[in-house]
Design a protein around this ligand. Structure first.
Ligand code: ADP
Length: 181
């Protein structure tokens, strides 16, 4: 199954993706995690990404798309994947469609994790990651509204809405139920 996880920062996509990855036996590919790995290893990509991430801004699409393309070329992603954090803009969604078309495939669905802004701000402040301070959170929510939310329309044919305000278990079983339908 080839799925994209969509939702505002702090919606819990990463937590859900880890559970779904086990259940569906497909790799969880998180662009945020790939960037953080690169920052940890102090690669050139990491150095470049860090300044954008610390400011809550999007890393340039050219850089991000190349990283995703090479990750999707790896064998474990050949039969399915959960893409978390990409695409984040319509431009990125168009690039993803091209990447998949080159492999003669396409997405099976887009999981849209719906959660209020109040809830995500609370979750992010509790999480305390280095880019989880109030100002950065505000910027990321603004970027989500302006750049990422339009993807809900872009993917309207294959969108699957999930209420993301319950417990971790509630949300994962709602997701698996929706996928079984
Ligand atoms: P969250 O969903 O909580 O914002 P992520 O780990 O998905 O956290 O992303 C953290 C940061 O990584 C983003 O704020 C952004 O700077 C960068 N990033 C992740 N994915 C992308 C992407 N597809 N395009 C550009 N930047 C990205």
């Amino acid at each position: 199954m080839r799925l994209v996880l969509l939702g505002p920062p702090g919606a819990g996509k990463g937590t859900q993706a880890a559970i779904l990855s086990d259940a569906l036996k497909v790799p969880h590919i998180s662009t945020g995690d790939l960037f953080r790995e690169n920052i940890g290893k102090e690669t050139e990509l990491g150095k470049l990404a860090k300044s954008y991430m610390d400011a809550g801004k999007l890393v340039p699409t050219s850089v991000t798309a190349d990283m995703v393309r090479s990750r999707l070329d790896q064998e474990d992603a050949a039969d399915g994947f959960l893409l978390d954090g990409f695409p984040r803009t319509v431009e990125q969604a168009e690039i993803l469609a091209e990447i998949l078309a080159d492999k003669s495939t396409s997405l099976d669905g887009v999981l849209n994790y719906k959660v209020s802004e109040d809830a995500v701000v609370e979750r992010m402040l509790a999480r305390g990651r280095s880019d989880d301070n109030e100002e950065t959170i505000r910027t990321r929510l603004q970027v989500y509204r302006d750049e990422t939310a339009p993807l809900i329309d872009f993917y309207s044919d294959i969108i699957i809405d999930i209420d993301a305000e319950g417990t971790v278990e509630d949300i994962s079983s709602a997701t698996l139920d929706a996928l079984n339908r």
